[in-house]
Design a protein. Structure first.
Length: 240
């Protein structure tokens, strides 16, 4: 019985220490992003994080074995990203892949980096809120005009979400990156592709770095020229 008790105690100790050991081989994504030169933004609608720099946007979701690199999807090597202590923790294998991507787009070379304890970044000092978010349909086009205010020079991620019917879950249509001007204003035109659905509800979520509160706006899409009377659309008198 003593041997069994000793064996059980050893197994229990191993299981108890396993999470700590695994955690020692993981890196907080915010710190890795800062060292690799990525802009780190939380995407509330997707419960995900985007890492951006010139020419590339990476989207990583906790608990998922796939991540997005621009318009393609890659598999996560090693353990899947996990959420803990208000950050996402990634494996050494995923960190290595992020280094490769960063190097390809002009970042630090693909070698081991020491992740700083502070995760210092020029964006960390930005704080405030996104306000006055407006979304207006552009006449004659399948696009919307977006504008708003944010802290000066703040990076803004615009996530467009479509709600088309009670039977279909919401769909993330696109993500776009803009930078607020020195006076804090930002404005851009966004295609609604592929959500060409008259009467659908489009939700625009504007998010930024951790210190900036996000904003949300809605619009119901109409026909591109719905306010214009076009003779060709009229039903001929002979068949009325």
């Amino acid at each position: 019985m003593n041997r069994l008790a000793t064996g059980a105690a050893i197994v229990a100790a191993l299981f108890a220490t396993a999470p700590a050991a695994i955690a020692g081989h993981e890196t907080p994504l915010s710190k890795a992003a800062a060292d690799l030169g990525f802009q780190y933004s939380y995407l509330g609608p997707e419960d995900a994080v985007s890492l951006t720099k010139a020419g590339v946007t990476i989207v990583i979701r906790p608990g998922e074995a796939l991540f997005d690199v621009n318009d393609r999807t890659e598999a996560v090597e090693g353990s899947v990203p996990r959420f803990s202590h208000n950050d996402i923790y990634i494996s050494d294998q995923l960190l290595r892949r992020l280094r490769q991507i960063s190097a390809h787009y002009g970042g630090p070379p693909d070698h081991e980096i020491a992740v700083s304890s502070t995760g210092a970044s020029g964006y960390n000092a930005i704080s405030g809120a996104i306000t006055g978010l407006s979304v207006v349909q552009t006449p004659g086009k399948q696009e919307i005009s977006v504008g708003g205010k944010a802290p000066a020079n703040a990076p803004i991620t615009l996530t467009l979400i479509g709600t088309f019917t009670t039977e279909i879950p919401d769909v993330v249509l696109s993500r776009h990156e803009v930078i607020a001007d020195v006076d804090g204003t930002f404005k851009t035109d966004l295609s609604i592709a592929p959500g060409y659905y008259r009467g659908g509800i489009l939700t625009l979520v504007a998010s930024s770095v951790a210190g900036v509160s996000p904003a949300k706006a809605h619009i119901v899409m109409k026909a591109p020229n719905g306010t214009v009377s076009i003779p060709n659309d009229q039903v001929p008198r002979s068949i009325r």
